[in-house]
Design a protein around this ligand. Structure first.
Ligand SMILES: Cc1ncc(COP(=O)(O)O)c(C=O)c1O
Length: 359
């Protein structure tokens, strides 16, 4: 039976990437050992890292105005690093909130700088992006932060917010590389690797050089962007294995036709699922259609008493990790780049059959 992994992260990897990891395990690049056992200062690793940065710059159209940094730890490390590095004394930061992760980012930033939000923060799970008056944005703010795709709620921005010239910073952890976008409006974007770029342990930060070294704060060397920009992320021993896996995934994205091809496929996959859910009286998606996510699709059964049976039956049918996050409930299908169309077809046909037998 074919298994499809709908996990929100760590998430599915392309099969060919796993095969390559297996093939490399005993002799990576003629070193006679695995990538996990060689020095990060060896020529083999440096060549791999250089190629990784070239691939990132090519796939995401990153100009020389930006530093590309790979930082140990997850996206949540950036919730602190950003205010520590980019807030000024007596300054403040603006957060636009449309879900769980944005709220956490704002709370962490509030430990280091003053924070305002573009709209009152909801205590409920978000099903839309709150409108805000851009003319009320204080142009003196140090930065403006938002989360392009809220992974739990499945709420995604389909346009870039108007930050009134305030440096725009974005958590793209769940949708980087899944759709095309122009980098130019952004001062900084970041994404941890375990959804669309490989495995946990490393986070990509792309930042305008002029944003680095702005603060008067005393910054620990390991959390200073200048450290990573100056050393090309080779200051201490980096997470070498996640870095190596990232390069394999980037090569795979390129082979598939790049980010444009990923976007087209993600659009088709999510459309199949949303159209089915919307046409059914058995399932429901509560998110405003204008901001539905193309990579995380939450859905509910009208009869929540059937949740457990749905999860057991779907897992037995090879459709794994469909349980929604406990803060939101219901189900969630995460359909990142490495999820093939066949996974969505299998999911929809399972859902049809479950509705037929339980409706
Ligand atoms: C949008 C978003 N931001 C941040 C995080 C936290 O990432 P990490 O666990 O890498 O710190 C997640 C994790 O799922 C996420 O989906």
């Amino acid at each position: 039976m074919t298994t499809y992994n709908f996990s929100a992260g760590p998430a599915v990897l392309p099969l060919s990437v796993k095969q390559q990891i297996e093939a490399d395990l005993y002799d990576w690049r003629g070193t006679g050992c695995s990538v996990m056992e060689v020095s990060h200062r060896s020529q083999e690793f440096i060549d791999m890292a250089t190629d990784n940065e070239h691939l990132l710059r090519e796939l995401l159209n990153i100009s020389d105005e930006y530093a590309v940094m790979l930082i140990p730890g997850g996206a949540r490390m950036q919730y602190a690093m950003l205010p520590i590095n980019c807030s000024t004394s007596n300054g403040h930061a603006i957060y636009a909130i449309n879900g769980h992760w944005g709220k956490l980012a704002m709370q962490e930033a509030g430990r280091f700088t003053q924070v305002t939000t573009t709209a009152p923060v909801s205590q409920e799970a978000y099903t839309h992006i709150p409108a805000f008056d851009a003319t009320a944005v204080n142009p003196q703010a140090d930065y403006f932060h938002y989360t392009s795709n809220e992974t739990l709620e499945g709420v995604q921005w389909h346009q870039v917010p108007d930050s009134q010239g305030v440096p725009l910073c974005c958590d793209m952890t769940s949708d980087l590389l899944t759709r095309e976008f122009a980098l130019d409006p952004f001062a900084m974007i970041y994404a941890s690797a375990q959804k669309n770029m490989g495995i946990a342990g490393i986070t990509l930060v792309i930042m305008r050089h002029e944003m680095i070294g702005r603060s008067d704060n005393l910054i620990p060397v390991m959390t200073d962007y200048a450290t990573y920009a100056r050393t090309h992320s080779f200051y201490n021993t980096p997470p070498t294995f996640p870095w190596y896996v990232m390069r394999l995934v980037l090569q795979w994205v390129k082979q598939q036709g790049g980010v444009a091809a990923m976007q087209a496929l993600n659009h088709q996959k999510s459309a199949l699922l949303y159209e089915f859910i919307d046409s059914s009286g058995f399932y429901l998606n509560k998110v405003d259609p204008s901001c539905r996510s193309e990579v995380n699709v939450p859905f509910w059964l009208h009869d929540e008493a059937l949740n457990q049976r749905f999860l057991e039956a779907s897992s037995a049918a090879g459709l794994k990790a469909l349980k929604g996050h406990k803060a939101v409930g219901g189900m969630r299908a995460s359909i990142y780049n490495a999820m093939p169309m066949a996974g969505l077809e299998a999911l929809v046909s399972f859902m049809q059959e479950f509705e037929r037998t339980h409706g």
